[in-house]
Design a binder for this molecule. Structure first.
Ligand SMILES: Nc1ncnc2c1ncn2[C@@H]1O[C@H](COP(=O)(O)OP(=O)(O)OP(=O)(O)O)[C@@H](O)[C@H]1O
Ligand SMILES: [Mg+2]
Length: 383
């Protein structure tokens, strides 16, 4: 798939800009702070309904404005769809497809698929487990949009259950009413959690070979890289789940395992007032040779690992139904040595569409000559 047209209004630093795009490589060059990343962020928002830089929508709306508009025309196998999003801080977004309103913004997920590699991705390796869970869940949604609903159901159940644990824990003693209400919420959490957990495990099983291969490609002299899902279920996780070539994770079976685990940890949960088992406590382990990447890997190794996670995601998505994702490389060539640059350029050249940003032309490998835009104060002009 590719984006044929991007239009943004009052998004970040942009009051209004119209950019016609083409398949193949497109390079956006401009000085720091001119709004290059803002454009990729706008595109990423259409694909994921979230920003890779901020957790709330407020900073996305241009200062002094009420709402931002992002419109993309997306071509997927000769079929074109126009997705328009209205982003308003503090209230629900509105979405339109081909100028007609859709039920929920979530309904646009899947129309545009993107993989973005950006300087923020160092946090995938060095940041908290939450960063890696977010990485998995976002990829899950790109892979199958229905997981946006699964994810949000799980978050709701978790919140309610935690509130109940807190209030029941305070009362202490045996409160039969609280106990039976908790039973009900255990059941909800187990069901919703098992859906999410099974999907993550199967994702990691499928992603792991691509990531290992991508890492070997960008850092052939380094120790091999490996990813593995670490579940809060520990030993109770059925054998082979989450492993390449292992048994596919079954949500029904996992719901049962979760139910048992929740029962076993109830006393501890009441004492602490939080849910201690479930996908919200899980981790994606990143391992180099036999040491964890986090806390041990060098800057270059961490950066290569982050790149491998993105390239692995890209390879995974492009090999499945739904349309080849648009690849976006934000300001990443300057950080890489010669060999890594060449490897990334090679992947980029094979992409149906790749959007590259850089502060100066010299940062972009010569092979990636495609369409070039100059990004200057308030305007984008094609060279
Ligand atoms: N909500 C907003 N309203 C107005 N301006 C904003 C808003 N959010 C960010 N900006 C401005 O956008 C600019 C940053 O844009 P962006 O990150 O896209 O730059 P860039 O071209 O990618 O720069 P670099 O080369 O340094 O990465 C900053 O000057 C910032 O002040
Ligand atoms: Mg930038």
């Amino acid at each position: 798939m590719y984006i044929r047209h991007l239009q943004v209004t009052d998004f970040r630093s942009w009051d209004h800009v119209d950019v016609p795009l083409e398949p193949g490589p497109t390079v956006l060059v401009g000085q720091n702070g001119r709004g290059k990343t803002n454009l990729l962020e706008a595109i990423g928002y259409v694909a994921t309904l979230s920003s890779h830089r901020v957790a709330t929508d407020a900073p996305l709306v241009r200062q002094g404005c009420e709402r931002a508009l992002v419109r993309t025309a997306v071509v997927n196998e000769d079929r074109e769809l126009t997705v328009e999003l209205e982003i308003a801080a503090g209230r629900a977004n509105r979405a339109r497809v081909n100028r007609g309103a859709v039920g929920r913004p979530r309904d646009v997920l899947g129309i545009l698929r993107t993989v973005l590699f950006s300087p923020e991705d160092l946090a995938l390796v060095r940041g908290d487990p939450g960063e890696r869970r977010k990485f998995l869940d976002e990829l899950l949604v790109q892979r199958a949009p229905r997981y946006a609903g699964v994810r949000s159901d799980y978050d709701k159940v978790l919140k309610q259950r935690n509130a109940l644990l807190k209030s029941a824990g305070k009362k202490r003693g045996d409160d039969p009413y609280a106990a039976s209400t908790l039973d009900v919420w255990d059941d909800h959490l187990a069901k919703a959690g098992a859906q999410l957990l099974a999907a993550r495990l199967n994702l990691v099983a499928d992603l792991a070979p691509h990531t290992g291969e991508a890492y070997a490609g960008v850092a052939p002299d380094s120790r091999p890289a490996r990813i593995a899902y670490r579940s809060s279920l520990g030993e109770a996780l059925p054998e082979g789940y989450g492993e390449p070539g292992g048994e596919r994770a079954d949500p029904e079976r996992l719901a049962e395992v979760l139910r048992v685990a929740l029962g076993e940890s109830r006393a501890a949960e009441l004492e602490r007032g939080v849910s201690l088992v479930g996908p919200h406590r899980d981790e994606l382990d990143l391992v180099l040779g036999d040491t964890p990447a986090k806390g041990y890997a060098s800057h270059g190794e961490s950066w290569s690992f982050a790149l491998a996670l993105r390239l692995g995601s890209y390879e995974l998505l492009r090999g499945e139904a739904g349309g080849e994702p648009v690849l976006m490389l934000d300001d990443v060539f300057a950080e890489l040595d010669k060999r890594r640059r060449a490897r990334l350029a090679e992947v980029a050249l094979g992409a149906e569409q790749v959007l590259v940003t850089a502060a100066v032309d010299e940062d972009v490998p010569a092979e990636l000559t495609g369409v070039r835009f100059a990004v200057a104060e308030g305007e984008v002009t094609r060279d």
